[in-house]
Design a protein around this ligand. Structure first.
Ligand code: THU
Length: 141
């Protein structure tokens, strides 16, 4: 069942959020990504003293999945908020959207923002990035 799968993904996103390394912003993010064949990959944000080297939770999950041979995805669940506070709906940043567009069909890929297992909103990637840049479309050879 889709609803049960989403609830499981929300649980996993909250669990991996506990691993977030965010000493600079104090903002912790957890993500759970589902591949086309139903496997789940989780990721948290990992900050760095050289701030630009920070990796978001969504990209951690996507890069883990790609590095294990997956390039086709159905949906991602995101939970994020200030550490020790109740999470609010946390939309993905522009860099993460660009990475999603590299691998996912904006008309089909679901981006789910969750506050709890009961409270979540389902969007499509195209809602956030209607005209994503895909180099593949511009290649002449
Ligand atoms: N962050 C994410 O992990 N995902 C997002 O989509 C938004 C931002 C992280 C990056 C940084 O560690 C902290 O949240 C504050 O920007």
């Amino acid at each position: 069942m889709e609803k049960e799968k989403i609830e499981k993904m929300i649980e996993q996103a909250f669990a991996v959020r506990e691993q977030s390394y965010a000493p600079y912003s104090g903002f912790s993010v957890g993500a759970c990504l589902e591949t086309a064949d139903g496997k789940l990959y989780t990721g948290c944000n990992i900050e760095n003293g050289s701030y630009g080297a920070t990796n978001c939770g969504e990209r951690t999950a996507i890069y883990k999945a790609v590095s294990e041979g997956n390039q086709s995805f159905q949906r991602i669940v995101i939970v994020g908020g200030a550490k020790e506070k109740k999470v609010d709906y946390c939309p993905p940043c522009g860099i993460c959207l660009q990475v999603m567009v590299e691998f996912c069909d904006p008309e089909l890929f679901e981006v789910i923002l969750a506050k709890s297992k009961e409270e979540y909103r389902i969007y499509l990637l195209k809602d956030f990035l209607p005209l994503g840049f895909r180099l593949e479309k511009w290649r002449l050879i």
